[in-house]
Design a protein around this ligand. Structure first.
Ligand code: EPU
Length: 340
């Protein structure tokens, strides 16, 4: 057992990127598995783990114990001819890990630059951007069971990764704390992914096309993200609030009869993804402010807090957007963000 401090009635404002006014009854941090086990042994119920707080909406005050993961550190655990395995602490900042990889010359995560949050949260919703998802580089993770304190290794196959989805959002939801993740990264021959959106255009603009390095790609993607997505330090937000819905092609064809330029991306045969940002924008929400909250003017998928919002009013806006997209297009948007 190691000593851990439990704070009472702690404000959550600075602990989540939405910056919503909410409190937790109990709060503690851990920087090792032993400290985590000591927190679990306090027997407070309910309990939950917070990483960077970048994908969570506190609609109410929390009545139990919130534990913040501060387990950091990066270690190369295996060297192969063409690749390395790297184990990173679950509480390590995701973007700092990406910068470390790029600076070390290791490829695979450069497209995931500037995603807020922690390494331990990355497999939970299988974070993704610009044609890469965390599952593409994931080897395994170590997790501690919140009821028993026992360690379990989840291999890639165990995680059942899908689009912004994994076992940690389903059967294993709320049951484990991810204390470290092992990734596989390339050493010399990198699999560069530049086909998505404006990536090539941005690489051309910086004179790095047609032979970009992983550092060029990381910088281009940081530039694109900064131009579209609000910085949580300036305006509270959780990135994309909704998932892009996948629908049968007939539904998309019906939309197209009324909206000739409706975008879509084919996924599996007979199915397409329709950008939720486009659906929301078409319903007139983009840039609209409702009290202390609103839909971001440069990217309709992002819900923002203008300073003093409470979870309940953000949730109301979210429900109104879902209802209006459903009424207009017959498609039910699903939040990507975890609502507590
Ligand atoms: N669009 C609009 N209006 C908008 C926003 C988007 O019409 O206000 C349409 C446009 O047709 C645009 C298309 O949506 O071409 C795609 O937009 P964008 O490339 O910005 O990507 P996204 O689908 O809105 C997804 C991820 C982002 C990720 C980007 C880039 C989801 C839910 N979101 O957004 O992830 O950065 O692609 O890969 O899949 C996040 O998860 O928090 C996140 C930011």
């Amino acid at each position: 057992m190691v000593d851990v401090i439990i704070e009472e009635n702690k404000s959550l404002v600075g602990l989540q990127t939405f910056g919503l006014k909410a409190q937790t009854k109990y709060f503690g941090t851990f920087d090792s598995v032993q400290a985590l086990r000591s927190l679990i042994e306090k027997g407070i119920s309910p309990m939950m783990v917070l990483g960077g707080g970048s994908n969570i909406l506190f609609a109410h005050h929390y009545k139990g114990l919130i534990m913040q993961n501060l387990i950091k550190g990066i270690e190369v655990t295996k060297h192969f001819k063409q690749s390395v395995h790297v184990r990173t602490g679950g509480g390590h900042n995701w973007h700092d890990f990406v910068l470390w990889a790029v600076q070390s010359g290791y490829g695979g995560v450069e497209n995931l630059s500037l995603i807020p949050g922690t390494v331990g949260a990355s497999p939970i919703q299988n974070i993704g951007a610009y044609g890469v998802e965390v599952k593409d580089v994931f080897v395994s993770c170590e997790a501690i069971n919140l009821e028993t304190g026992k360690k379990r290794i989840f291999r890639k196959i165990d995680c059942q990764f899908g689009y912004r989805d994994s076992i940690f959002k389903r059967e294993a939801k709320g049951k484990y704390v991810i204390t470290s993740v092992t990734f596989t990264l390339t050493k010399f021959t990198h699999q560069l992914k530049t086909a998505y959106g404006d990536v090539v255009k941005q690489l051309e603009a910086k004179g790095a096309w047609p032979k970009p390095s992983i550092a060029d790609i990381s910088e281009a993607i940081q530039f694109i993200r900064k131009s579209k997505l609000p910085d949580p330090a300036q305006i509270g937000n959780c990135g994309s609030f909704f998932k892009n819905p996948e629908v049968p092609e007939e539904i998309y064809q019906k939309i197209k009869q009324r909206h000739e330029n409706a975008p879509c991306y084919p996924t599996t045969p007979g199915m397409v993804k329709v950008p939720a940002g486009w659906l929301i924008e078409s319903c007139g929400w983009k840039g609209k402010r409702v009290g202390n909250t609103g839909c971001y003017a440069k990217q309709a998928l992002v819900i923002v807090n203008y300073g003093d919002a409470e979870g309940a009013e953000v949730l109301q806006l979210v429900q109104d957007i879902i209802a209006s997209v459903q009424a207009e297009f017959g498609i039910k948007l699903e939040p990507e963000v975890q609502i507590v």
